[in-house]
Design a protein around this ligand. Structure first.
Ligand SMILES: Cc1cc2nc3c(=O)[nH]c(=O)nc-3n(C[C@H](O)[C@H](O)[C@H](O)COP(=O)(O)O)c2cc1C
Length: 271
């Protein structure tokens, strides 16, 4: 009797092991799984996964059955949960009043690079929109009604929430970002709740242009510092920045190196 149960158990164990091997093999073949060490033995990946708050360990060491284990990377994990390979969603915000200015030229290169790499990309020109400054009414902090200021920001909130990567393109005005970008960011306050911002865990990429000769004298450094502080506060990951001197209309386009950097940044954030 006991022998029979043991035989049945052994058969089940064998079947489960085979199934696990098959799934692991398939994931490995499609590059969606990495064999690795247990969390304690690979602290960097472990910490990274937890910092992001969205990744997770998969597999594990089930005594006596599996000798193998694996870590599923963040996007692969998302893919598995959604049941398909999803492309990244990128939202680009242009913050200059000049529709075809230098920052827009960099933003367009980022757009082209990301598109080429297979991302879903949306580009929004902020200057044409009605985005009022935050009036600190604090209504957004009571209940879950969100921001009560009825303007064009209402259409952008869902886009922001849906994006994997937010790209902010701004000229330097008076040693920092433009008023358009600042008003837009201030309205992110409505996305904050007790558990943190709805934007937490997303990526941020930045494009800056200025008239002065370098990132320090122009004030570009102040903008960078601002973005870094915001990213740290919210829990955004800065995926990359591109910046350079370009004062008059067309100046950015005259610099192939700068344009290529922006294109490459687009490709980078798409994967
Ligand atoms: C109101 C205003 C303020 C500016 N302030 C600065 C500045 O502080 N530092 C700087 O290097 N350039 C400054 N510039 C130059 C712009 O950053 C530069 O012309 C840039 O190319 C504009 O970007 P856009 O072509 O995307 O509009 C300023 C331009 C304007 C119109």
């Amino acid at each position: 009797m006991i022998e029979e149960r043991l035989r049945a158990l052994a058969a089940q164990t064998y079947a489960v092991t085979q199934a696990h091997e098959a799934v692991t093999q398939e994931l490995a073949e499609t590059g969606r799984i990495q064999e690795g060490l247990l969390p304690d033995e690979k602290p960097d990946i472990h910490r990274w996964e937890h910092d992001r708050g969205i990744g997770s360990w998969s597999g594990g060491r089930s005594p006596g059955i599996f000798k193998r284990y694996a870590v599923v990377r963040r996007h692969d994990n998302d893919d598995i949960q959604k049941g398909s390979m999803m492309s990244k969603s990128i939202l680009i915000l242009k913050g200059s009043p000049r529709k075809h200015g230098n920052s827009a030229a960099l933003a367009d290169q980022i757009y082209a690079g990301a598109k080429k790499a297979g991302a879903e990309v949306e580009s929004v020109y902020l200057s044409g929109l009605e985005i009022n400054p935050c009036d600190a009414c604090d209504a957004c902090q009571e209940g879950d009604q969100g921001c009560i200021v009825q303007d064009d920001m209402q259409a952008l909130y869902p886009q922001l929430k849906a994006a994997d990567v937010i790209v902010l393109a701004s000229p330097i005005y008076y040693f920092t970002i433009t008023a358009q970008i600042k008003a837009f960011i201030d309205r992110w306050y409505a996305l904050e709740a007790d558990h943190g911002s709805a934007l937490k865990g997303k990526e941020l990429a930045i494009a800056l242009v200025y008239g002065d000769s370098d990132v320090y004298t122009s004030g570009g450094i102040n903008a960078i510092h601002t973005f870094e502080s915001i990213a740290r506060y919210i829990g955004l990951k800065i995926s990359g920045m591109v910046y350079g001197t370009a004062e008059h209309l067309g100046d950015a386009e005259k610099q192939p190196e700068l344009m290529t950097k922006a294109f490459n940044l687009g490709e980078k954030i798409a994967v």
